[in-house]
Design a binder for this molecule. Structure first.
Ligand code: THG
Length: 270
């Protein structure tokens, strides 16, 4: 499981205030906590913060990099912002692996962001949606995922640098989507050899739901069974991480032993 930390997101009030007031220590403490939980990649998203978004993004990337050399996922729904940010972060942190989060399968979005990933040796997340929005069915998700994958491979990206995201929406507003997302992962994983990575922004599913941690944990396990191998999630949620590792042991992605959780932690150097 490739764990992308969701926590450095301006959607969280503490992070938003820390970005607005340039309080590096608040961010760095959160990052340490995510790393201790097993985060492999730190996703950074400004959310509704004030100020110059390009400067804020570069500041945030530097602040995170001061505590870890791990890859950074640069998260924005605005392609034009990513086009400005990626070269700046690349110049500031030349050794750091970058992942562009995200492109859609709309030609305009892919046309800007896929060449940007190639140029900067970055990975890229492709959402299975196009200019018409998030599909309501499996077929259109698979079609968008396949179109993104083909474009990325033809541009020269390796499957290991490509992440397909079928976009999970809140269960309380889109109750049919959890199954559709799993089925899209299953079909796309089956049709492509070697497969790309499959990722979701897990906490979307339980936004404003009462049992959010239980919903996240249960759905993550279901998606792993369908072929998910990466998630943007709260790495500090121990129950969540342990459920994911257990699901992977049951699918023989890790060897079983009576002490498999400890073995997993040791292997990650935790
Ligand atoms: N796909 C990709 N990137 C993404 C998403 C995705 N990036 C953003 C988002 N979705 C994933 N990250 C989050 C981070 C937080 C929450 C959801 C998704 C979240 N937070 C709680 C809430 O809003 O209820 C708590 C907020 C708070 O405590 O203030 O839900 O899908 N590629």
């Amino acid at each position: 499981m490739i764990i992308f930390s969701e926590r450095i997101n301006g959607m969280y009030r503490d992070v938003r205030a820390a970005i607005d007031e340039h309080k590096a220590d608040v961010i760095q403490q959160l990052v340490r906590h995510q790393l201790e939980g097993g985060a492999d990649v730190i996703d950074i998203n400004l959310g509704p913060t004030k100020g110059d978004p390009v400067e804020n993004f570069v500041w945030l990337a530097r602040v995170v990099h001061e505590v870890t050399p791990k890859p950074l996922s640069l998260d924005s729904a605005k392609p034009d912002l990513l086009v400005q940010v990626v070269p700046r972060v690349r110049a500031a942190l030349p050794e750091t692996k970058l992942i562009i989060n995200s492109s859609t399968a709309a030609p305009e979005s892919m046309g800007k962001l896929v060449p940007l990933a190639v140029q900067h040796g970055a990975g890229i997340i492709g959402l299975t949606m196009d200019q018409e929005g998030v599909p309501g069915n499996v077929e259109k998700r698979v079609e968008c995922g396949a179109a993104f994958l083909m474009t990325a491979l033809e541009a020269g990206l390796q499957p290991d640098d490509i992440y397909i995201d079928p976009i999970i929406l809140p269960i309380n507003v889109a109750p049919k989507q959890p199954w559709n997302v799993m089925e899209a992962i299953r079909q796309l994983a089956m049709a492509n050899e070697p497969p790309p990575h499959f990722i979701i922004g897990l906490s979307n599913i339980s936004q404003k739901c009462l049992m959010n941690r239980l919903i996240n944990r249960t759905y993550l396990v279901m998606c792993i069974a369908a072929g998910l191998d990466a998630a943007i999630m709260d790495a500090a949620d121990k129950d969540l991480v342990e459920a994911a590792v257990t699901a992977e042991v049951l699918l023989e992605k890790h060897l079983y032993s009576d002490d498999y959780l400890r073995a997993w932690r040791m292997q990650k150097g935790l």
